[in-house]
Design a protein around this ligand. Structure first.
Ligand code: GLC
Length: 744
């Protein structure tokens, strides 16, 4: 008995030992740093992908089923002192295999290396713990954004943190705080949409849920803010290409999410792999050191993006060789290189230090941050926690949260003559290439990087499966390909004869990064032909879209009686779509972006007055229908004049005037009528999601400080200029005056 007590105490005590104070951590870091050789220090700054330490043909073809390669692992950890490993080489693993990998890696690191420094393992758990069988996946960020529900986003992130720790990984390359100012970019679905306020609100909620109050505890992880800065804004919409962004716009639209998240204690930042105004971010000390570390006071770990240091040489042509790229990146402020396929970075940095081009003091700065994060994560005590600590992994309880998130994200864009919800007796033809394909609901970063591998498809219900569960033998199905063939169109039209309704499921194939680059924002002609031919049958067509970005619908939207935007709702998305079509769930999603009308009507909601001409949108930012109606009344602004230090209290009554309960996102917009920089017609300055029973009224309150209506002026300074401001809530408007200029 006594021994069991002591064992229990021994297991329990280290748990207490984690919460080191900053001073204790600093002391431990200095103590360890003082013992380290230059090779060991540079090794800590070197991050390699799992391929490099696995059986297979380097660099790309990791053997399947996966196995670690003992000799390669020892070479990386013992000879090079590699401090970080990440990702999965485009595989997905069982939870058990993850544990096997992590425990082996940590065993070698903490027993066979001279200083026994644990490895910091990273993963892109960007919509749940991906690359893992039976974990809980969630809608991609663009879908979570459509919920406009920070609490729900936090619930999803907390589950992701729990399950990521459960597989033994303490570091997540998430959230993306990219503001999606180019909606056709291939990574738009990884963002929280086009608006800065929505991105910063949801980004902070996700970050705080990942990290909790102590990243050392077994249910929390270190988050990574990415991609600093202004990544999803390339001039031509193509991934990894050039952005031209004046500093005042960079500060206005792209910086606030990072300011808030860093203020909330983010542990790491990943840099934007592109170049802004001609300078690759990875080689830009003004952004990485002056702005991020000095002005924003970010003290955490700065990690490069994938091979992005080498890209300063071979992609941006700003360095003439790899070694010069390493020098530029380290001098810019990068702490860890995501190399990822070799040890060249380590060799080149060693040469640069030996040649006196990089000081060892500069190396020490980065190594301190890396060691600090490892201590903060408790990795020296617990490189991983016992499997038994995670009984809820992949549980029904977690699955329900994913379905709730999918249900709250789905956005009803059109519902002519209240066609939806479908009657229980409805005879329904389901067709379209996303109808019976779970990968289309997940997108990239799922069971493989591109999300399209036919393997590992889970038992999760597709849209078709879910519709059959609801409507049983009243459902017929015609399979059609992404490039629908004439024969398929003919078969679908024929099948429509026996149906009352047609559910046409279109959208996009899964993709990630530059594999998702598009030169045409429309859908393939064959999909449009299918839509038109089905509309011509005279049977009402309900268009369901599973897509990561708003592909142009104008060629055929008029002919659709209903349009449902599902974004990338993930594994529970089929059930959520069927619930909404059947009326079990009342849709409450709102667009987190402006749905463009045509190939060149790409203006966003916060456009300038001069852009008003071009503002022809398919559906506006913040728009989404419900199966009930809401009325706005009694807008109150508690003062007509505002001076520095004042707070404006704004309230509005919202009534559910329909026959069923529903959720509404009350959105506060404020427009600066005149300003020294051409002002946007309005900016989102607050929102609140409420639930109302039929005939129920709620008064929603907003508090606005003068700083909340400020902007970054031509001198890159934050200012609120005196003058008129317009308040917009629902269909109501009001005004107030700021009586003086206020500088921040
Ligand atoms: C990719 C992405 C980045 C991701 C990293 C590791 O290139 O840009 O978002 O975290 O590589 O997978």
């Amino acid at each position: 008995m006594f021994n069991r007590l002591m064992l229990g105490l021994a297991l329990w005590l280290p748990t207490l030992a984690y919460a080191y104070t900053d001073v204790e951590i600093d002391r431990k870091v200095e103590n360890l740093l003082a013992q380290m050789s230059l090779t060991e220090k540079i090794g800590q700054m070197t991050q390699v992908t799992l391929n490099v330490v696995s059986v297979g043909t380097l660099p790309y073809d990791m053997k399947e089923p996966h196995e670690l390669d003992e000799a390669r692992l020892k070479n990386a950890l013992v000879n090079y002192g590699v401090g970080s490993i990440f990702n999965v080489g485009d595989h997905a693993f069982s939870r058990e295999h993850w544990r096997e990998i992590i425990e082996k890696i940590q065993q070698v690191a903490t027993t066979q290396t001279r200083l026994k420094i644990p490895v910091l393992y990273g993963i892109d758990a960007v919509h749940g713990t991906n690359y893992t069988y039976d974990s809980t996946l969630f809608p991609q960020q663009i879908g979570l954004a459509a919920t406009w529900n920070p609490e729900l986003v936090a619930k999803a992130a907390a589950i992701t943190a729990y399950e990521t720790r459960a597989i033994g990984v303490p570091w997540n390359f998430s959230p993306s705080l990219d503001v999606g100012r180019n909606r056709l970019h291939s990574r738009f679905y990884e963002t929280f949409g086009e608006d800065t306020f929505l991105v910063k609100t949801l980004g902070k909620a996700m970050l705080q849920a990942y990290q909790g109050n102590d990243v050392a505890d077994k249910n929390h992880i270190a988050a990574t803010l990415k991609h600093f800065i202004a990544y999803v804004m390339p001039l031509n919409g193509i991934d990894r290409s050039s952005a031209w962004i004046p500093e005042h716009y960079l500060r206005e639209y792209f910086l606030p999410p990072f300011i808030d998240a860093i203020g909330a204690g983010a542990k790491s930042v990943m840099l934007n792999l592109s170049e802004i105004n001609g300078i690759p971010v990875h080689a830009n000390p003004q952004l990485v050191t002056d702005l991020l570390q000095h002005e924003l006071n970010f003290k955490g770990l700065i990690v490069s993006d994938w091979e992005s240091i080498r890209e300063v040489f071979y992609h941006h042509h700003v360095a003439e060789n790899d070694k010069q790229a390493v020098k530029l990146a380290i001098l810019a402020g990068v702490d860890m290189s995501m190399v990822p396929y070799s040890f060249e970075f380590a060799d080149q940095l060693q040469q640069l230090v030996k040649a006196g081009e990089i000081s060892e003091q500069r190396i020490n700065t980065s190594v301190r941050k890396i060691l600090r994060l490892k201590f903060e994560l408790g990795l020296f005590e617990h490189p991983y926690y016992p499997v038994s600590d995670y009984p809820d992994f992949g549980s029904e309880k977690f699955r329900k949260v994913s379905q709730e998130a999918a249900s709250e994200s789905i956005t009803l864009l059109k519902n002519e003559k209240n066609l939806l919800p479908l009657p229980k007796s409805a005879k329904i033809l389901v067709t379209g290439f996303t109808a019976d394909w779970i990968q289309a609901l997940n997108g990239g970063w799922t069971y493989s990087w591109q999300g399209s591998k036919p393997l590992w498809v889970t038992h999760k219900p597709t849209i078709l499966d879910a519709m059959v569960q609801k409507f049983r033998d009243q459902v017929s199905y015609v399979e059609t390909a992404y490039e629908t063939t004439p024969l398929e169109i003919q078969a679908a039209v024929k099948a429509a004869e026996d149906a009352d309704y047609i559910v046409l499921c279109l959208g996009e194939k899964p993709y990630a990064e530059n594999f998702g680059n598009v030169l045409d924002f429309g859908l393939p002609e064959s999909q449009i032909s299918l839509a038109r031919e089905l509309a011509a049958t005279g049977k009402p067509v309900i268009l369901v879209l599973a897509e990561g970005r708003p592909r142009i619908l104008s060629p055929f939207a008029e002919q659709m009686q209903a349009i449902v935007m599902a974004y990338l709702p993930s594994n529970e998305g089929g059930l959520a779509i069927a619930d909404i079509l059947a009326g079990t769930v009342n849709p409450s999603g709102k667009l987190p972006f402006t749905y463009p009308f045509g190939q060149n009507s790409l203006t966003m909601y916060d456009h300038k007055h001069s852009e008003t001409y071009a503002v022809q949108v398919q559906y506006p930012f913040g728009f989404g229908l419900s199966y009930t109606e809401f009325a706005y009344s009694n807008l109150k602004i508690d003062r007509k004049q505002l001076t520095a230090g004042d707070t404006l209290n704004i309230s509005v009554d919202v009534t559910n005037t329909g026959k069923r309960a529903g959720k509404e996102v009350v959105q506060l917009y404020i427009g600066d009528v005149f300003a020294s920089l051409a002002p946007p017609v309005k900016r989102l300055r607050g929102f609140e999601k409420i639930e109302l029973k039929p005939q129920q009224t709620k008064t929603v309150h907003f508090k606005i400080a003068v700083e909340d209506i400020a902007f970054i002026n031509a001198q890159n300074k934050k200012v609120a200029e005196k003058g008129d401001f317009e308040v917009m809530l629902g269909d109501l408007k009001g005004r107030f005056v700021l009586t003086e200029d206020v500088h921040f």
